[in-house]
Design a protein around this ligand. Structure first.
Ligand code: BMA
Length: 391
């Protein structure tokens, strides 16, 4: 096992060296995207995610440009920017209800497109999740029913599923600046080991989930010709068995040819009211989990990320440095490309601070830390072999 880890580290070092060495050198098979036709900007972003994870992590925030606590639809505004002066490096979006005018959290899709373009032009990163309505019942993402099986070819909801994919593809194909497709980290069918979405465990069968994931990737890549997507797998921590982490994490894993990012969503270890363990064991579980996803990613020559986290309403004013940053920094075996906190919807439902919030000072310490990267700390992320971090 030790030898295997060592070999993996050597392979990682060699590929990283090759990646950094110059455009004339071909990558080894490692660290390449599952989409062999990925655009050069998308490939560069992916290569740079590995480089970033060696030095720290990018900070991300869902819907950061669209609204914050007590404001909506601003221009060049974000609660994170109000507090720090900088945008988060990663901007999260959700395509739930794509095809309508507004997404499931009332973000107008036309504005979302503008914000995605502006983020790209400033050198930030966009990631998209999809709280997709149930294609079988026509109800929300939380509506149960055998929709996964029925969304597969031959199923009753297959036509609807394809129509939804067409709408999604239509939106993604508009994510362009001039002729350049904007690279997007796409995180479909997330938290599938939970039972709250129609694609969740207990509602859908493991084999059907895997088939639907693969169908989705194949459809977007081949039929829709989209080559600007980086695919992230994101189970939920609360349903992972810590005693059997790897096996549990890999429940319904669609395969190395269908996933680029080894992510997980973790609210559980960072203050969820449903987790009754004491602070020390939660911290240990967070560290162990992050080490495990880093190891799984390394073994697969992929990159790890904490794709969603946060403490609702940030009720602990030192949460950012003590509960999030300190554990991440405590172990060099943790390597994450980014950490994204959820949306600032309301005073009682926000995950980043806002101006005047009790966690502001602590967040500024988090912001200043040499291992946290905001938009102003990164550059050239869509190019290979350039200086990436400027902090
Ligand atoms: C949840 C909450 C909901 C929201 C959903 C999708 O965590 O924030 O209010 O609708 O995510 O963004």
């Amino acid at each position: 096992m030790k030898l295997q880890n060592h070999m993996n580290a050597v392979i990682r070092w060699i590929t990283l060296t090759l990646a950094v060495a110059g455009p004339g050198i071909q990558f080894a098979d490692a660290q390449t995207l599952i989409d062999k036709k990925a655009t050069k900007e998308t490939k560069a972003l992916y290569a740079n995610l590995f480089r970033i994870a060696e030095q720290g992590f990018m900070f991300g925030h869902q819907d950061t440009d669209a609204y914050g606590v007590k404001w909506k639809g601003g221009d060049n505004r974000s609660d994170v920017k109000d507090v720090t002066g900088a945008y988060p490096a990663v901007h999260g979006w959700d395509l739930g209800k794509v095809g309508q005018t507004h997404n499931l959290d009332s973000v107008p899709f036309d504005r979302m497109l503008e914000w995605i373009k502006a983020t790209y032009q400033r050198g930030g990163v966009n990631t998209i999740s999809w709280h997709q309505d149930n294609p079988l019942t026509g109800e929300s993402t939380w509506s149960k029913g055998e929709a996964v099986k029925e969304s597969l070819p031959g199923g009753k909801a297959h036509g609807q599923y394809r129509r939804d994919l067409d709408l999604l593809a239509d939106f993604i194909s508009k994510c362009k600046v001039g002729n350049t497709a904007i690279p997007i980290i796409f995180r479909p069918l997330h938290e599938h080991n939970g039972d709250w979405f129609w694609w969740g465990k207990g509602i859908a069968k493991e084999e059907d989930y895997i088939k639907l994931w693969r169908y989705t990737v194949d459809y977007l890549r081949t039929e829709k010709n989209l080559h600007n997507l980086i695919y992230s797998f994101s189970p939920d921590r609360s349903r992972i068995d810590m005693k059997n982490f790897k096996k549990s994490y890999l429940y319904a894993y669609p395969g190395d040819d269908y996933v680029d990012i080894i992510g997980y969503d973790n609210y559980w270890d960072v203050g969820s009211k449903y987790n009754r363990q004491n602070a020390d064991s939660r911290r240990n579980d967070l560290i162990t989990g992050l080490k495990n996803i880093t190891a799984i990613a390394a073994e697969k020559n992929k990159v790890a990320a904490l794709t969603e986290t946060g403490l609702e309403a940030v009720t602990d004013p030192t949460w950012f440095t003590q509960v999030l940053l300190d554990p991440i920094k405590s172990d060099p075996a943790i390597k994450l490309a980014w950490v994204l906190v959820w949306r600032n919807g309301r005073e009682d439902h926000h995950y980043a601070p806002y101006k005047g919030h009790a966690s502001e000072a602590d967040f500024l310490t988090f912001f200043s830390d040499e291992t946290t990267f905001f938009e102003s700390d990164i550059q050239n992320i869509y190019q290979l072999n350039k200086n990436l971090i400027n902090k």
